[in-house]
Design a protein around this ligand. Structure first.
Ligand SMILES: C[S@@+](CC[C@H](N)C(=O)[O-])C[C@H]1O[C@@H](n2cnc3c(N)ncnc32)[C@H](O)[C@@H]1O
Length: 227
């Protein structure tokens, strides 16, 4: 039995299996990107969590997670899946490689200018990531009362409350914007909760949340942010 407003220290597939089908209104998440245990922000190389599996296995795993998310999502629900185009062995890999193998419909692709670029002079500097708005039904709508465009730019954002302990946290403002355009979404799920950004903003905006995170230290960090 899964309780509301709790972050479980559990593998996301195990956690998802515990959820009833069609029980979640909105999923907001950012999985590991399979980039090894380092990534760049500007000129800085960060060490982060262990994150490297054969690319084929990674894509199969992500498709499986998306299919489980599809199962637990209500028919009029939405998923905001944050990912990016990665370069591996000189070749760009788009998240569409596996998103299009799932049951989800792609409603919209959002470009997020997050400046987590590296300055390798053999290509144009990567400057953006993506958020894919995925649904079960082509008729699903969001209510854009905040007049937002499909290019997000949170210029001055810094992770709040994580003190650099989770280098891949996304902006609280981005989660806030998603909750504003889905005012009726009551139960929010993040299967890769990390430092708890989705939980923190959901709580602030009087929504219920459920989170899964496999690293105990991140669950601890997230719970601290929720105090
Ligand atoms: C990109 S981060 C999420 C960051 C989050 N959005 C935030 O704002 O802090 C991905 C997270 O997924 C976690 N993770 C990786 N594999 C997992 C799995 N199988 N089940 C649950 N969590 C997992 C990692 O430990 C990491 O904290």
């Amino acid at each position: 039995m899964i309780r509301l407003d709790k972050i479980y220290n559990i593998d996301c597939l195990k956690g998802l299996k515990k959820l009833k089908e069609k029980s979640i209104d909105l999923i907001i998440t950012s999985p590991p990107f399979n980039l090894g245990n380092t990534h760049h922000t500007g000129f800085k190389k960060h060490k982060s969590y262990d994150d490297k599996m054969p690319e084929y296995d990674y894509q199969k795993w992500q498709a499986k997670v998306l299919d489980e998310c599809f199962r637990v999502l209500k028919n009029n629900g939405s998923m905001m899946y944050q990912h990016k185009n990665r370069i591996s062995k000189g070749i760009q890999i788009s998240p569409y490689e596996w998103i299009l193998k799932t049951k989800f419909i792609v409603k919209q692709e959002i470009v997020w200018i997050n400046r987590s670029q590296n300055f390798d002079k053999i290509r144009f500097y990567p400057f953006t990531e993506r958020v894919y708005w995925l649904t079960k039904d082509p008729k699903t709508k969001l209510i854009n009362k905040i007049n937002k465009q499909d290019v997000f730019d949170y210029k001055e954002w810094k992770p709040v409350g994580t003190k650099g302990q989770h280098t891949r946290a996304f902006p609280e403002k981005m989660v806030e914007d998603f909750l504003k355009v889905f005012p009726k979404a009551k139960l929010i799920l993040d299967p890769f909760m990390g430092s708890g950004t989705v939980a923190k903003v959901s709580k602030q905006m009087n929504r219920n949340y459920i989170g899964f995170e496999k690293e105990k230290s991140f669950v601890k960090l997230a719970n601290k942010r929720l105090l």
